[in-house]
Design a protein around this ligand. Sequence first.
Ligand SMILES: Nc1ncnc2c1ncn2[C@@H]1O[C@H](COP(=O)(O)OP(=O)(O)OP(=O)(O)O)[C@@H](O)[C@H]1O
Ligand SMILES: [Mg+2]
Length: 550
Amino acid sequence: MESLQEDVRNVISASHPIVYFRTDEEIEVLRIISQEAADYLLFSYDEIDGVRWLNERNYKNNRRVLLRVRNQLESLKPDFLEALSFIRDISRSERTIFVVLSADTLMKEENPQSQKSIRFIKNLVNEIKGDLVEDEESLLLSIFLISDKLLIPSLLEKDILVFEADYPSRDEIREILDEFLEMQDLSLSDELKVEFVSALQGLTRSEIENLLFLAVINDGVLDDKDVDLFINYKKQIVRKNAIIEYIDVRKLPTDIGGLKNLKEWLERKRDIFKNLDTAIKYGVDIPKGVLLFGMPGCGKSLASKYTAKLMGLPLLRLDMGRIMGPYLGQSEENLRKAIKIAESIAPSILWIDEIEKALAGVKGGSSDTVVRIFGALLTWMQEKEKPVFVIATANDISAIPPEFLRKGRFDEIFFVDFPDDKSIKEIFEIHFKKRGKNTNSIDLERVLEELRRKLNELEGKLSNHKGSGGQEDFKVLKKLLKEGKGYSGADIESIVSEVVENAFLNGKETISTEDVIAVVRKSKPIVETLKDKIGDLYDRCEKIGAQPAD
Ligand SMILES: Nc1ncnc2c1ncn2[C@@H]1O[C@H](COP(=O)(O)OP(=O)(O)OP(=O)(O)O)[C@@H](O)[C@H]1O
Ligand SMILES: [Mg+2]
């Protein structure tokens, strides 16, 4: 955080009238200001304690100032306007720094009381600049606004200098770690250092330092067990943040059935991320992201997690529903924060799952916020320079505005269909293996035959069933069922789960083909519940020119 210290020092020595520090580390910024402001009267203001004199001790030898300030403070009410009056008065003769905490809450433009404060601050800024009233002495004042949110009233836009505290980069974390190791006389292998750095990304400097101390205090050493400590901590803060969920890459799936095209495409992107610096130098565009849409339960969310595993990048899941806040500007602020976190740990993957949920309001133009949020997201995606790879998933893209799907937003759009025979087999194998069962004793071809028989049965049922869906739907559906498609990956997984459960309860060591077939016989493919939507989905897929994922 040396740069912060430098920023503060520069601001003070340049007597800048008003600056805004957006930071999650209020204490740290206050500490730095105190250090750098020894020759000033230093006051803070917050709505609970009102005005506080932070460096009273420095003034014990200057009785004139001491008595005057004490006197004035004694009769001061904790009101912000009163505080501003006091500051104006004192800074006419004494060099003063005034720090406003939680500044954003005091400057909401829609609040009449705040409007007055904003006007007052504007007057102060004018007086500091001293270019307003000829005979009046200019104020000897710098105002520091501090908050974890950035909210700048338009009246002050031109006056305020903004600083944002960044999360340390990988290299900086490495430095912090090395310093810490030296200080504690500890050592770590190079591989573990890399793991530590990844686990500590996205945290502030003081959090990193605290965690390292905590890790050592626990058991006297730093080792791979501490990575869990960091990750758990990160999960917690990210949970506090509630918009973004940090997903532990070590627990992600290493395999996925089918989706061959998607996998190949992702592998290309992985090779770019792996050699990002040389790729950029060569002229390769940094991959922006991919949109996956299609059938429910067929692996969209799974593929997102798999991507993080494949690329070995940290995965952040953004909950679009939670981005939307009830207060003016809150949603944008939430998104900004989420993006900031993702960028701070770049290269990273930002996974926006079920994007359509946030888009529910867009189509009818009923929600300005949603439109603004998406505008902001798209602009960021287009302009972003940091390597944050976006994976968005959706079931239903009918609510997504077409401009969101235009080329250039996403590198590619994939349609995730029901798995075909080959992919179904892979999915069976993956899920049996995951449960520690091998499939040598199972004839998957015969299981597939049974699945097909079920789908035929469904086709027969639908032909008799008049009036379900449109004519189009029925044609698409028929074609699907003919190809043996209609079960989702999730369907297959639940079949496997039941088979394994049965085998356990019946005390069986190995699983037979018949065991699987028995469960398939009772199963119900997801396509049955989707029958009225399917035509539309395929139609859209064609219109936007999505690539088949498999
Ligand atoms: N291709 C696949 N390979 C292996 N497992 C799969 C596959 N597709 C789905 N599954 C299994 O089904 C579960 C549900 O899949 P997933 O959550 O990825 O579906 P989805 O496409 O995101 O569905 P939704 O649209 O409902 O969000 C997964 O946890 C996984 O176990
Ligand atoms: Mg999903």
